[in-house]
Design a protein around this ligand. Structure first.
Ligand code: SF4
Length: 136
């Protein structure tokens, strides 16, 4: 696979679970207690290795890499469920994720919640397409 170089994330906290995400985004590796096959499909897998670990305004540019990523939901869920503290994951900066976690402290599985929301969105979109087809 072109440009696929799995690496290990820089671990800055000893309380954080081991996550085998490369420094530039979830390009590979495995994660304790989760299915990480999605990492093979991230839009960032061919990006600059340091592109998603930037500070300040550069984070907005880094987030642009996530726009349209086919595994955005899985990536964000991984970061939220494992309390990953650094870098852009799933289109959110570390600061944005911390704020979200503070707002929703009772969520036990972000993966489950986000997958449920995506399924509902897709169901509603399909219903809307059917309605458009029916009404012409
Ligand atoms: S959402 Fe962003 S960080 Fe996550 S896999 Fe996709 S491009 Fe990479």
């Amino acid at each position: 696979m072109d440009g696929f170089r799995p690496r290990t994330v820089r671990v800055r906290s000893t309380t954080r679970p081991k996550v085998g995400r490369c420094r530039s985004g979830p390009r590979g590796g495995d994660s304790v207690g989760s299915n990480t096959d999605w990492m093979l499909h991230g839009s960032c897998r061919t990006a600059d290795p340091d592109a998603l670990f930037v500070e300040g305004a550069a984070q907005n540019r880094a987030k642009a890499v996530c726009a349209g990523c086919p595994v955005l939901t899985e990536c964000l869920a991984e970061a939220l469920d494992h309390r990953i503290e650094h870098g852009v994951w799933g289109g959110m900066t570390d600061r944005e994720r911390r704020a979200l976690l503070r707002r929703r402290p009772t969520v036990m599985s972000w993966r489950g919640l986000l997958e449920q929301a995506r399924a509902e969105y897709e169901r509603q979109a399909a219903d809307g397409r059917k309605e458009l087809t029916r009404t012409g």
